[in-house]
Ligand binder design. Structure first.
Ligand SMILES: C[S@@+](CC[C@H](N)C(=O)[O-])C[C@H]1O[C@@H](n2cnc3c(N)ncnc32)[C@H](O)[C@@H]1O
Length: 185
């Protein structure tokens, strides 16, 4: 199970709890990708005014922290390992900008059952879907947390899906979140 954009680990914690409830002993590896140092600057053109607002006007598109949504690895470790009790040997922390860690580490991950993308911006979403979707198993689940909220996220997904040979049905969770199941062919 892969989480791109972890923050304090709330969503990946729910995935961990669900797996613990359904499999004993748990066997799924959790891969956590994050800067663990906050959101990078969005790109004003691609990401739009909501992104500019959230990043307090710092929207140059540069890979430097906006100091917004900052949480360190220790927050996730405490939640997943100490509070939830997920086996630490099944948890992998990929710290750094997605633009560096995802192309580098994608091939170290096995088949992905659940890919959650919660990186908010265009570039953050585009890099995840490009490198990690090929690793998603057939019938695996892909969640896009901010499709309905951030225009850059939506654009990255729409551009990607437009190139897919097999049409994808996006399921609606709430105004922001969408998910789909990877088709068999
Ligand atoms: C909305 S928060 C994630 C919330 C989280 N999934 C939860 O359960 O609460 C977005 C996260 O994405 C990370 N992020 C966004 N773009 C990134 C990038 N290009 N590289 C590394 N981390 C990134 C930020 O550091 C932040 O922790």
């Amino acid at each position: 199970m892969v989480e791109c954009g972890v923050w304090k680990g709330g969503a990946v914690g729910l995935s961990a709890l669900a797996h613990l409830a359904s499999a004993a002993p748990p066997r799924r590896h959790l891969h956590l990708f994050d800067s663990f140092n906050g959101l990078p600057e969005p790109d004003e053109e691609l990401d739009g005014h909501k992104a500019v607002q959230l990043s307090n006007g710092r929207a140059s598109g540069r890979l430097q922290s906006t100091n917004v949504l900052v949480a360190g690895i220790e927050d996730s470790k405490t939640l997943l390992e100490s509070i939830i009790g997920y086996p630490k040997e099944l948890i992998h922390y990929h710290r750094g900008w997605f633009q560096d860690t995802i192309p580098r580490d994608a091939n170290t991950i096995g088949a992905i059952a659940l890919l959650r993308m919660d990186g908010d911006w265009y570039e953050s979403t585009a890099i995840c879907i490009k490198y990690l979707y090929p690793k998603v198993a057939k019938n695996g689940i892909v969640v896009i947390d901010d499709y309905g909220h951030f225009e850059g996220c939506r654009r990255a997904i729409d551009e990607f899906l437009a190139k897919e040979a097999c049409p994808i049905f996006l399921n609606h969770v709430d105004y922001a979140c969408r998910y789909f199941i990877k088709p068999e062919r």
